[in-house]
Design a protein. Sequence first.
Length: 135
Amino acid sequence: SRYGSDITQSYQIPGTQCLPRIGYRNAYEPSGDNASTYSYHELFAGVAANIYWDIWGDLSFAYMRTHFPDFTPTKDRRDSTYTTTFSLKRYLMDRLLLTFLFIHMKNASDYVPSSGEDLYTFEKNIYSLEITYVF
């Protein structure tokens, strides 16, 4: 079972198609495998707007702190994750949506195994181009 909550406040700037938002999420997920039990807290902010020619842009930033209390029998693990997301969306036809998505993610972990190889600290860029048809 996973338990979580989310609160988001969004607002439309009067006379514009600009929609800023800010929010907070948290979750807790127990597991039969103690090393996989975790909880997290996340703060996020973003803005969506109609840029031009019915192209919608969205830019968001998030900071998440994840805690694995029983990651090893002797040590817990805490990760800090920073995420920046940018997307452009446009309907090409009534139900055909074209989306470009860019995600930059940086994870910093305080856990380093005895081998010295840090498997949990990373920085990644993800690009996606999608065509979606809704029927």
